[in-house]
Design a protein around this ligand. Sequence first.
Ligand code: ADP
Length: 390
Amino acid sequence: MPDERFRQLLEAAPDAILQVDEEGRIILMNRVTEEMFGYAREELLGHPVEVLIPEELRNAHIGHRAHYRTRPSTRAMGTGLALEGLRKDGSRFPVEISLSPASSQEGFHATAIVRDITERKLADDRFRAAQEQYTQKLAETNRELELRSRELERADRLKSEFLASMSHELRTPLHTIIGFSELLGEELEGPLNEKQKRFIQHIHKDSMHLLDLINDILDLSKIEAGRLELRPEPFHLTAMVTESISSVRALAEAKSIALETRLDVPMAIEADRLRVKQVLVNLLSNAVKFTPEGGRVSVEAGLRGTFVAISVTDTGVGIPPEEHASIFDKFYQVGATTKGVREGTGLGLAITRRLVEQHGGSIQVESQPNRGSRFTFTIPLRKQEQKAKA
Ligand code: ADP
């Protein structure tokens, strides 16, 4: 390459480029080298390259140089360690160096390209500082959130405990009201006129409704406070289904609703009998409640792996698909279906689902408006599976 073009190439580079001979003396350099290190060309040419290196590293550098000569290889930028350059005025700055060997008639030469990475390091440091600050803030926010969620949990537990004790206090006087209104209604203490009889019936009916509500709230708060314990025992499924059906038979007969069963299950399962019955009775009374005169309600049970699946199907008003998820929420009632049927708490399905899930099972609904509904829940056949699931 003609000298002039080589010079141009050298001077056009944004980095300091220098060449050193076998003894480590600088034999070639560009203008950037002068600017970067603050020396004039004649102050460097012919001098050991070590003047450009901080003093404590010079001896080591001489060793490196000797080693490099015996095993020369090209080393790219950024593959070296964190290095520093030394300016004439004694100040230091971070550099990145790439090395390549070159031999000529004059012997072994090494070419070094030196890049001042002050700016990049500053940017890196700023980035790292920002990142650290961000991480710290995130950790703080997490801590706060955790604290708040613990407070919420505590408040929720206190609320449930309050409800549980309140419900208990409320039931006692209510039983008195129910008991005495029944006594009055029986007219053993003397005859009542028609109006008085009607009044007593109202008192009795609404007291019973209040009792249902309180019982539901008590159940739900117990479940939510984690204080509802299941008492699993082996029992006969068929007998339990028959009992549940007889508890809604009077209501069904009053509306001429046919009750059917199709059971194809093992005789015994192991679960909390009373609670499973409560689930089934809840579903059955909803089915009867939301099915018009002359309809049909059926119970089916069958095996599904290690679970028993029980479904209650009705030919009632049905539930729009967009309501399917909400009906299992506390106090939720579908506006359209409950128009005619107001007695209810909106707690039944919330309790039902929790009871099923506490057993390790699940509950689903399939329903279309005016086409009826089908609620299906599963319960593990054996207690061990219930525990494993929970
Ligand atoms: P409720 O005491 O009102 O029956 P639930 O939690 O048992 O409370 O049910 C919530 C709502 O889901 C009901 O108010 C009703 O709108 C709807 N629903 C439940 N079961 C049926 C069903 N078999 N057919 C139609 N709608 C139903």
